[in-house]
Design a binder for this molecule. Structure first.
Ligand code: GRF
Length: 207
């Protein structure tokens, strides 16, 4: 499965996915390209160091659909089948979502549907929750909304700041994203309504 990863920043989830693909932990897959809407994203250098093609595609004042159209073209050119948003700080247009039906994933640093959007760690601390975590989900037209693939719970400590909580959660994000991509790449993950179901026997059932 050819994977395209979209980033805007440091790219630690992108590195986790790429290393898992390169080590064979995610089998029969290849990271074809890493695209960033920020030309100075730190993750671009990390992707290059891992031998992955990088492509900055900045917005340049264009409408969302026009920006997205260029990204879709570049992904399709490379026959990308699965798109992973990894700290990509833009909402996708519905054209983008339709171009890759049920083939776009995102990771969010909270247990959705709690604390959508920006500053999820601050939101969790402000609310006073004792457990937070991370969620990998399919992407639809709505913010942090599509069917959930998997979640990992992480304790929130009384003296946590957004920074200490994010440092604790990010380690689980890397594990969760790798596991989710593995499930999707296996072809055994089915979506029924909002529920993603892993049918581990799927392939043998069907043959
Ligand atoms: C992660 O916390 C992710 O959940 C959120 O943005 C952050 C990106 O971190 N969507 P990185 O760029 O993968 O290091």
């Amino acid at each position: 499965m050819k994977i395209g990863i979209l980033i805007s920043g440091r790219g630690s989830n992108m590195v986790a996915i790429t290393e898992a693909v390169q080590s064979g932990l995610i089998p029969n897959s290849e990271v074809a390209v890493v695209i960033s809407d920020k030309s100075k994203a730190k993750g671009l250098e990390k992707a290059k160091a891992l031998g992955i093609e990088t492509l900055p595609i900045t917005r340049k004042g264009r409408k969302r659909v026009e920006h997205d159209a260029e990204i879709i073209t570049e992904l399709k050119k490379r026959e990308v089948e699965l798109v992973c948003l990894a700290g990509y700080m833009r909402l996708l247009s519905s054209d983008f979502v339709k171009a890759f039906p049920n083939k776009i994933l995102n990771i969010h640093p909270s247990l959705l549907p709690s604390f959508k959007g920006l500053h999820a760690h601050e939101q969790a601390i402000e609310y006073g929750v004792k457990i937070s975590g991370c969620t990998v989900h399919f992407v639809d037209e709505h913010l942090d909304h599509g069917a959930i693939i998997l979640q990992k719970a992480v304790e929130v400590k009384d003296n946590d700041t957004a920074e200490t909580l994010s440092k604790r959660i990010i380690k689980y994000e890397h594990e969760a994203y790798v596991e989710a991509v593995k499930q999707v790449a296996s072809g055994n993950l089915k979506i029924k309504g909002r529920t993603a179901i892993l049918d581990e026997l799927g392939k043998s059932h069907n043959t």
